[in-house]
Design a protein around this ligand. Structure first.
Ligand SMILES: Cc1cc2nc3c(=O)[nH]c(=O)nc-3n(C[C@H](O)[C@H](O)[C@H](O)COP(=O)(O)O)c2cc1C
Length: 210
């Protein structure tokens, strides 16, 4: 269905102002969200385009308190090592406005964690290895679908990437063809969270028209 010109411009402006309201949240309200909502949003992520339609992704929903706590403990170990020995001065400077800390209580507090894995390869029906095409690009796009779907429902997210993340394979029992892509922390935002004061580039700085 083709939408009439003025209507489609107006709709795109409305969508832009809605998407501008999405912010990364690092303090979550404990209010529960029905798991069906999370499942539907992951199904939306599963509609994303992917290299050769190989759909190289696995989404693990974690609601279980003990598993969330284990992930928090492992992530905090990684963060301590990262901030003590690995971070460059330049990176530290970039992170300053975000007020980050090695402690990650949101991993325990948020109602859900969605651990997203990239399948580097899959297997066909005969068990033969199939190398996935553009797996990281594909999973990045699917993750964008997921974040947008949750935002449309008023649900906030944090794209969390402790470095390295390979502890997730062990904690969640994932196979060696899956690489952790990120942990999506999901829940309603806490009214007590102070959003960092950051801005986005102007359209003119990111757009070239030919
Ligand atoms: C790939 C990726 C990795 C990120 N990793 C972290 C992270 O480990 N910890 C964190 O607090 N925020 C992380 N973020 C969130 C960014 O800091 C955040 O998106 C950015 O500051 C812009 O803020 P906004 O999402 O509110 O627009 C990550 C975002 C992306 C896309």
């Amino acid at each position: 269905m083709v939408i009439e010109k003025n209507d489609i411009i107006k709709k795109s402006e409305e969508l832009l102002s809605f998407m501008k309201k999405r912010r990364t949240i690092r303090l979550f309200d404990k209010t529960n969200i029905p798991i069906e909502v999370i499942e539907n949003c992951i199904a939306i992520a599963g509609t994303a385009p992917s290299g050769a339609n190989l759909q190289p992704w696995t989404f693990v929903i974690i609601k279980d308190k003990e598993t969330k706590k284990k992930i928090m403990q492992e992530a905090e170990k990684v963060e301590e090592e990262f901030y003590a020995h690995k971070i460059s001065d330049e990176w530290r400077e970039c992170l300053k406005p975000l007020n980050l800390d090695v402690r990650k209580p949101f991993l325990e507090q948020a109602p859900y964690l969605i651990c997203i894995f990239t399948q580097i390869y899959g297997k066909d029906k005969q068990g033969k290895r199939i190398n996935h095409r553009y797996p990281f690009e594909s999973v990045g796009i699917a993750t964008g679908f997921l974040i947008s779907a949750l935002h449309h429902l008023g649900i906030a997210t944090l794209t969390y990437t402790p470095t390295p993340m390979d502890f997730l394979n062990k904690v969640l029992g994932r196979p060696e063809n899956e690489r952790p892509f990120l942990i999506l922390v999901v829940g309603y935002p806490s009214s007590k969270y102070d959003l960092p004061h950051i801005s986005k580039k102007d359209l003119n700085d990111i757009l070239i028209k030919i």
